[in-house]
Ligand binder design. Structure first.
Ligand code: NI
Length: 163
C-alpha cells in the first residue's frame, strides 16, 4: 500500500533528518552548510568566547569572523571605498594641537561626514570623525591625526557595507 509506505518512511529517523535538512535548505534561501574540523580544546575556547559575547550559535559567530576577515582584507585595497570612524582623545592645551587638528580636517572635507566633540574634563577632549571615501585617503587622514603631538589615543575603525 502506498499510504503504508509513506507512514513507514515518516517513522524512519534518518529520513526525518534528511527531510528536516531539506526543509531548512528550502526555507533558508542562499544558505550553505559546511563542516569544520577543529581541535576539541580550540572549540571549547571558541564556545566560551561566543557565549561571553552573546552569540546564539556557532554559525552566527563564524559568519561574523568571516565578515571581519573580508573587511580587514578589503581595507588594504587603497582604491576601494570604505567607511570609518576615527576616535581620538587629546589634551586641548597641548601646543597648537587644536589648530593643527582643524587644519587637517579642513583639508579632508570630502572624507569627513561629521564630527563629534565632547569636553571630557578640564583638559581632555574626545572627538570622533565619521569618514567615507577612498581607503587610502581615510588612512592618510587618520595617520596624520594620530601622529600629532598631544593625541593620547587615536584609533581608526574601517568598515564597509559590502558584506
Ligand atoms: Ni574639548
Amino acid at each position: 500500500m502506498i499510504r503504508g509506505t509513506i507512514i513507514s518512511f515518516a517513522d524512519n529517523k534518518k529520513l526525518k533528518i534528511v527531510a528536516r535538512i531539506w526543509i531548512i535548505r528550502v526555507t533558508m534561501d542562499n544558505i550553505k552548510r559546511f563542516g569544520v574540523s577543529i581541535e576539541p580544546d580550540l572549540l571549547k575556547k571558541f564556545d566560551k568566547l561566543i557565549d561571553e559575547e552573546g552569540y546564539e550559535n556557532r554559525s552566527e559567530a563564524i559568519r561574523d569572523l568571516i565578515r571581519n576577515s573580508l573587511i580587514a582584507t578589503k581595507k588594504h585595497d587603497p582604491e576601494s571605498i570604505a567607511m570609518g570612524t576615527l576616535t581620538m582623545i587629546y589634551d586641548h592645551h597641548t601646543g597648537n594641537l587644536t589648530n593643527r587638528l582643524l587644519k587637517i580636517q579642513h583639508n579632508h572635507t570630502s572624507e569627513i561626514l561629521t564630527t563629534t566633540h565632547i569636553h571630557l574634563d578640564h583638559d581632555n577632549c574626545l572627538e570622533v570623525l565619521i569618514l567615507k571615501g577612498k581607503t587610502k585617503n581615510i588612512q592618510k587622514l587618520a595617520d596624520n591625526i594620530k601622529s600629532l603631538k598631544g593625541i593620547k589615543h587615536g584609533e581608526l575603525v574601517m568598515t564597509t557595507s559590502s558584506y
